[in-house]
Design a protein around this ligand. Sequence first.
Ligand code: FAD
Length: 445
Amino acid sequence: MASRDTSRKLRVAICGGGIGGLCLAVMLSKCSHLDVQLYESAGQFKEIGAGVMIWSRTWRILEDMGLESEFAKIAHAPPTGEMGIGFDYRRSDRPQEGFRFKLVEMPYGCIRFHRADFLDVFINALPPGIVNFGKRLVSYSHQAIPFSTPHQPISLQFANGSTSACDLLIGADGIRSKVRAQMYREAAKARGEPGLLDHINPVWTGTIAYRGLVRAGDIPRKEDGTLHQTIERPMMYCGRSKHVVSYSISQGGIVNVVTFASQPERYGEPYQEDWVVYCDKQELLDCYAGWEPEVKQLLNCIEHPTKWAIHHLLPLPFYHWNGIVLLGDAVHAMAPHQGAGAGQAIEDAFILARLLSKAMHPTRDGLSALLKAYEAVRLPAANGVLGGSYESGRMYEFDDSRYGEDYDRLGPAIERQWDWIDEVPLEQEVETAFRIARKEGPCLL
Ligand SMILES: Cc1cc2nc3c(=O)[nH]c(=O)nc-3n(C[C@H](O)[C@H](O)[C@H](O)COP(=O)(O)OP(=O)(O)OC[C@H]3O[C@@H](n4cnc5c(N)ncnc54)[C@H](O)[C@@H]3O)c2cc1C
């Protein structure tokens, strides 16, 4: 029977402590054969003041981590296993009251959180001695070693002049990933494929988003005294080249609002200003001036909106290179129209952690087999969601030439966009990853 080389621990460095990096650190910290270190450029963990939604697939991973009761305390509403509302799609870009054109339901529905609360559960689950703050990775290099050495350590260089070493570097450093940039520069050179450089910089989708949080109690009731319906369920208010998403979080006390305004013809143009800025409330109100009262009531309650330029990555052709691997937004930053980027980062962490938890030897070949297996499972899945997410945005804005405003066909098409949530069970993906790794050689227990 295969046994593990226990002569030394495999040193794993995670660069970036966002949702993806933190989740992975929690999972790997349970493996006694790994020495895990997380390097975060900021002085502390932080998330923006906004909501985040996840779907049943991600919830099952949180259950697998044994964290479901902690997440249930902060979820709105904690899933019961029953069907729930995903989104209530409504035509809203006219001054008169709008109308529903599709209600999408799914197992567990849309599970919503305040981002800071979400991150805190991972932070609290992290054992001491793993996190290194103030460590902005600027570059990495492979240490020169004799040919016979079975592993090739990686040196990490940080902006403050310090260095560190690891056997495996995981880049979880977000949409503007330094690790991705170096990996793709080196691969482009080594493979003589300059086209790979196109994957370094994120592409502006032509969409601007405005974000804000609203106290549920501040949203006016309807004339008949009923509550604004977004307090009851996640709403997708749709209009020509624009849409507005809103859902309640924090036990229903807060409503998260994100509005989108698109100029698809500008897709790929360089975005010259800062990607995230504060903006005037009036700019937001003007953008949705002709919309139904329900939307205007909501937007009126946002005091200090922020304005975001929505970028995504061109689907990456590989997720690992030369012993370095990417995870989360670093590898598949996507438009947020399926509320899936964080969930996909958690799925990356899940598959990678399952493989590493069974890693037999910290050798170059052994690691390479695991990374191949990770990529084989995660690349098609995450790149699929990346593409689908962008496409969904076009559909919500009646901008998909296949359906336009034909609600009878558009509604079911929007619903099908969510099929990925329960198409391939997670355990099946784990088995596929194990099978692929084993085919590469004896690398797993
Ligand atoms: C408007 C909007 C709404 C969204 N809504 C949802 C949603 O509802 N559901 C969902 O699943 N997703 C959503 N997303 C996407 C989601 O926010 C991201 O996919 C997710 O947060 C990515 O996590 P990450 O850990 O990969 O990256 P990040 O959160 O970007 O974390 C990267 C971390 O790395 C650190 N870092 C960066 N560079 C370095 C370096 N050189 N060295 C060391 N550390 C470094 C950063 O400080 C940061 O802490 C939304 C996105 C947007 C824009």
